[in-house]
Structures are given as C-alpha cells and as structure tokens.
Design a protein around this ligand. Sequence first.
Ligand SMILES: *[C@@H]1O[C@H](CO)[C@@H](O)[C@H](O)[C@H]1NC(C)=O
Ligand SMILES: *[C@@H]1O[C@H](CO)[C@@H](O)[C@H](O)[C@H]1NC(C)=O
Ligand SMILES: *[C@@H]1O[C@H](CO)[C@@H](O)[C@H](O)[C@H]1NC(C)=O
Length: 508
Amino acid sequence: MQVCFVLLLSVCECGALAEKDMEPITEDKGVLVLTKSNFEWALMQHNQLLVQFYAPLSGESLGSILEFAKVATDLKETTSSVNLGQVDVSKEKDLAKELNVTSVPSLRLYLSGDKYNPVNCPALKTSTSILTWLRRREGQSADLITDLSQLESFVAEDDVVVLGLFKDVDKGVVKVFYDVAADVADLPFVVTGSKEIFSKYNITDESVVLLRKSKIAEQFEITSQTIKEDVIHFIRMYEMSLVTEYNGKTSGKILNSLLQNHMVLFIDKTEKGFRQIYRTFKSTAKQFRGVVLFVLIDTGEPRNGRIMEYFHVRREDAPLVRMVNLTDSFQYQLPSDQLDAQTLTDFCQSYLQGKAKPKLQSEPIPDGWDKQPVKELVGMNFERVAFNPDKNVLVLFYAPWCPESQMLFILWEELAEHYSDSGDVVVSRIDITANDVHIRMTDRYPTIKLFPAVYDERVVSYSGQKKLEPIVEFVSVERVRAQKDKAKEEVERKKYLDQQKSIAKEEL
Ligand SMILES: *[C@@H]1O[C@H](CO)[C@@H](O)[C@H](O)[C@H]1NC(C)=O
Ligand SMILES: *[C@@H]1O[C@H](CO)[C@@H](O)[C@H](O)[C@H]1NC(C)=O
Ligand SMILES: *[C@@H]1O[C@H](CO)[C@@H](O)[C@H](O)[C@H]1NC(C)=O
C-alpha cells in the first residue's frame, strides 16, 4: 500500500540545445521537471507541451501523478508530438502564481510557446482518457458512421455510446458536438448524418443521444443556442444507469463519478424480497438523478467481500442502505429497516440538507483492553483515550487482513516495551475496519498518528520510516512541543477561569 516516488530517475542534459545561460531541463521518467527558471525555455523548445500542476502532499495529486507517468510511457509508443512537463506548485509557488494556477492537480496544454492561452484539460482521471483527449484534439474527435450496420458494430463494444445525429456532419451546430467529444475523453463518440439512423430511432431534430445496449437511454436536442457545457452536463448526468451494480467493470466509473454522494444498497440478489426492494430503490434513484449516484452491492457475490469489509457490512446485515460522501468518506446509515419509497426519499433529502448523522461503529470494548502493553482501542473508547490532555497517545490504525498492518504489530510491542516506564506515552492500536473514529481519515492503512498531550484536539500524522528509532524520535519532538503548548494553554485557561470568577463576583 505504500506508494513511493523515485524522483530524478533519469537526468537528461539537453546541452546541445541549451543556450549557454539556460539551465538544462531535468527529466523524470520522460516528464520535464519545470521550474520558474526553465518554464519559458521549455515552451520555446516544445510546440505542444502538456503540463501537470500538482502538490505532492495532496491525496488527490498522488493518483494523478502516477497516471501522468503512465501517459509519458504510453505516448512514447505513439506518433504524437506532445511533450510532457510537471510543476510541483508546492516548490514553485512563484511560477504557479505567475501562471494563475488555481487548482491542483490540473493539466494544461501549452501550444506554440504561448504562455498566456493554454488549453485547460478537463478533469480526466486515467492515463487512457488523457491520451484520448490528446488524440481527439488532433484529428476528428468522433467517428463518422454512414449506415446502421456500422453503428451496430460500434454499439456492441461499449456499454454507453454517445451518438450525434446531425443533418450536416461537417459544419454548423455539429461543431459543438466535436468539441464535447474532444473533452469527454472517457466515452466513445460517433456522429452520423444517415437518414436510416435518424428514422431507426424516430428522431427528427438534431440531437445527441446516449445509447445503452443500442437502445436510446436519453436524448438531448441541439439548437443553435446549445453550448458545449450543456451537452457535457447532460452526458455526465445520464451516462450511468439509474442503479449501477458494483463489479470489476463498473467500480472505476463509480469511484470516478462526478457525483460525490452515493446511495448504496447492500442486498443478496437471490433473496425473496429482492425484486420489490430493487424496484423501490430504482424509483427513488429517478428523483435524485444527477445529485446522488445509486449503487447496488450484491452481498451474495463472494467477490464483493473486500468492498463489504470496507463498508463494515456483513452478509447478515443485508438488506441495508447507506449513504456515502466520497469527499470525506463519511457514511450515513438509513435509520430504519423499512426500505419503502418514502423512507428512502426522506433519508436522501435529510442527508443532502446536512441533517443526517454520520454512522459511527464500534466493537465492544475488549476485556482488559488497557492491561496489555499495547492498548486495544475501539470506536467507543477511542476519543476518551486519544484526546487525553495528559497523555501522548501513539495510535496504529490497522486493517487486520493487510500484511503491511500485520508486520507492524511486533514493532508496536517493542514500542510499548520502550515506553513501559513512561507515564505520559500510551502505545495503542485500533482495527479501523471494524471501528469508526470521528476524525477525518483520508490515508490508507496502516496509518500512524500521534495525539499529543494538549487540551486542543491535535492530531499529528507520522510519515517517516516504520522503525523503532525514528518513531521514538518523532514522539520525543512532539512530546516537547506538547509540553510547551500545554503550558501556554494552562495560562489561557487560568485567565479564562479568573475572568469567569470575577464576572460571577460582579453578578453577586
Ligand atoms: C494572470 O492573470 C493576470 C490578471 O488577470 C494577467 O494579467 C496575466 O497575464 C495572467 N498570466 C498568465 C500567464 O496568464
Ligand atoms: C415516432 O415519434 C412520433 C412522434 O413523436 C410518434 O407518434 C410515433 O409513435 C413514434 N414511432 C415510434 C416507432 O416510436
Ligand atoms: C461531503 O463532504 C464534504 C467535505 O467534508 C462537505 O463539504 C459536503 O458538504 C458533504 N456533503 C454532504 C451532502 O453532506
């Protein structure tokens, strides 16, 4: 589960090209490392430069950095003349400011050395879609088909196909369609002017339709007023089925959906009530189209073990409905075992209005949890132990099935041994697959955090080597910092108490 970057794998000296006073541009795995001093030089040398702006510590950047490295590898096998570059905005603050970079991770294509008018690449998450985006910018962005048989072969390949029906496929309003196809690089696009196809789908006006299994799922009419953004919104809203079943094929789409609210139904598809519940779930989905993504997880499918473990759902808990906020991974449990339309609708609405309470789950507190050297935490005792202002509490958040977690158990025993005589350091662990904690967790497991001995609910993540000495070193640094901060806190608290006392006196 560890992801490590190997920076500066290959260092290329572009000496022959460089002017005397130009700093050579370093390359990392086929990607130019761009800085304030070499950025303009890079633009001068490369007619088409696709630049990624990222901040290495943001969780979102991580995945995109890896995808971008893949783009570099894959581009080598094409005839494309696009070059790749990267700007670490945490280091290159001045450059990012000068270029008006407003979000990371983000991609821009710089053309003909023009620093001021780059093409913004839409938020594409996979290397394949970034490559498709580049390819569609260069040539025709949608495949032209001229008769029904061609369409049928196309539709057979993919689940969803975006079909543009235009009287004139060369000029006029069709241009919007080509622009959309260039941007929406994760879906197949075809365009046609064939009368046969118009009449097969009984369409008279120029339209964009989503075909699912060769049937029209949705239609959007194009007029001279239609702008690109309208069409993209239509596609994003309807590209998924009303209810998407989670499986190996759909999981990527589900996780990368623009919709961050997911209503998940856990149910065994072979159980008696399935049809009825599914129908209700689907009819609720209609009302929240474009706002909440409805997902079904078949609890009878053995391959879904991992995903169920992630949600802390056991087979015997189903049928069960959860709402998940993908932005912060908080889950909300339907507060009822009635799965009727009204209950589901009310639940969705209360969640969207911010009125639902996140679900916190806990194993029972184990007997003698604090008698062992390593303290066993669960959801119920976590906060009380971790946020104790008199203790520096080191917590290992682990997943019992993951070998990386298991490997740390021995180290944790050693750490507990090391601190056995210290009064103020607690070494503890919590099975995070069975217990929820009320702090925002975006890391993967195993994760190590320290909760220092201060009144403020401070959490410090540890990202160093998973070895005894560096962890002990980390704890001592934080321990000293906590002592200082707590002394300050105590002065503040005393001031506050004195104030309260004098107010009370005045009131007497
Ligand atoms: C950044 O924005 C400022 C103000 O809008 C503008 O003057 C400047 O030219 C922009 N710089 C680039 C590189 O686009
Ligand atoms: C085609 O559309 C027209 C007008 O909307 C409708 O009357 C007709 O029944 C449709 N035919 C088919 C085969 O769907
Ligand atoms: C989902 O989480 C994000 C980040 O915490 C928050 O801003 C947003 O309001 C949440 N959405 C809902 C519907 O609660």
